[in-house]
Design a protein around this ligand. Structure first.
Ligand code: CP
Ligand code: NVA
Length: 307
């Protein structure tokens, strides 16, 4: 008998709309149980290895706490304290770790690095952020939208800022779940459709002026001007991005009651005004908390399938 194919979660397009519908429902149940102090230990005796080649607060805590709550345990590795930092090939690391744990989460640089790991892993691999994508964050963001407003299909999301991993993932999500993204980036920092892995340009519109991108949007979102790994470009980016700050004028151009999201960490006064991120339309703390609930549903799904 052939072993069932391993499912990885390396980019948002890896799952269908039906799989997302299941995950969002399951995450809601898991969150309800967590709030009621009800045990939900479907991954008892399972082990998650987390490999961080970049810094993290939310991703580490949400996966680690989430796995313990599911009854499992966690191994935490970084480049600096593992042989990865001494040039052990990623393929060999994958072969070894997959023999000892049930699931792997990786935060790293190029997407090809996590793809090489997954190709040599006999256990599921989750993308905890790469230069190109951040699918777990968008999973949490869309779950947060659904909690607040219902289905995201047909809605408009305004992306103000860098054409980075978050922008690419919002764009992939718009193709899978049927919504529109208004994208405004400074020139030289545009989204690249082939890097974002999009099927067509139909689900997004590009705006030179960030204020125009926000007009009529149901959700306005942004991210840091300089992502991890691009620190050498910091000064050039500070100048190029000066007008890409989500402020109250931009929020007023959006639909009344529009939500503001940010994956965090945030820099008040750079990509977002303090009045917006700390204001009534902001749901950033829910987004952060929801990382844990959706990732518990994700880990359970990758290991056990639909319950
Ligand atoms: N949003 C997010 O992934 O945060 P961390 O970098 O703290 O994990
Ligand atoms: N775009 C940011 C997201 C951090 C969670 C980065 O890659 O650094």
């Amino acid at each position: 008998m052939n072993a069932p194919a391993i499912k990885h979660y390396l980019q948002f397009a890896d799952f269908t709309a039906d799989e997302y519908a299941y995950l969002f429902e399951r995450a809601a149940l898991i969150k309800r149980k967590f709030k009621n102090y009800e045990k939900h230990d479907t991954l008892a005796d399972r082990t998650l290895a987390m490999i961080f080649e970049k810094a993290s607060t939310r991703t580490r805590v949400s996966f680690e706490a989430g796995m313990y709550q599911l009854g499992g345990s966690v191994v935490h590795l970084t480049t600096g304290d593992s042989q990865l930092g001494r040039s052990e090939p990623i393929e060999d690391t994958a072969r070894v770790i997959g023999r000892m744990v049930d699931l792997v989460m990786i935060r790293t640089f190029e997407q090809v690095r996590i793809e090489s790991f997954a190709a040599h892993s006999r256990v599921p691999v989750i993308n905890g952020l790469t230069n190109e994508f951040h699918p777990c964050q968008i999973l949490a963001d869309i779950f947060t939208w659904i909690e607040q407003r219902g289905s995201i299909a047909g809605k408009t999301v305004a992306w103000v800022g860098d054409g980075n991993n978050m922008a690419n993932t919002w764009l992939q999500a718009s193709e899978v779940l049927g919504f529109t993204v208004h994208v405004s980036t400074p020139s030289g920092y545009e989204v690249d459709q082939s890097v974002a892995g999009l099927r067509s340009p139909r689900s997004y519109k590009v705006f030179a002026d960030p204020l125009d991108a926000c007009r009529g949007a149901d959700l306005v979102t942004t991210d840091v001007w300089t992502s991890m790994g691009y620190e050498a470009e910091n000064e050039a980016r500070r100048q190029a991005f000066a007008r890409w700050c989500v402020d109250e004028t931009m929020m007023r151009a959006a639909r009344p009651g529009a939500l503001f999201m940010h994956c965090l960490p945030a820099h008040r006064g750079e990509e977002v005004a303090a009045q917006v991120i700390d204001g009534p339309q902001s749901v950033v703390w829910d987004e952060a908390e929801n990382r844990m609930h959706v990732q518990k549903a994700l880990m359970e799904y990758l290991l056990l399938g639909q319950q």
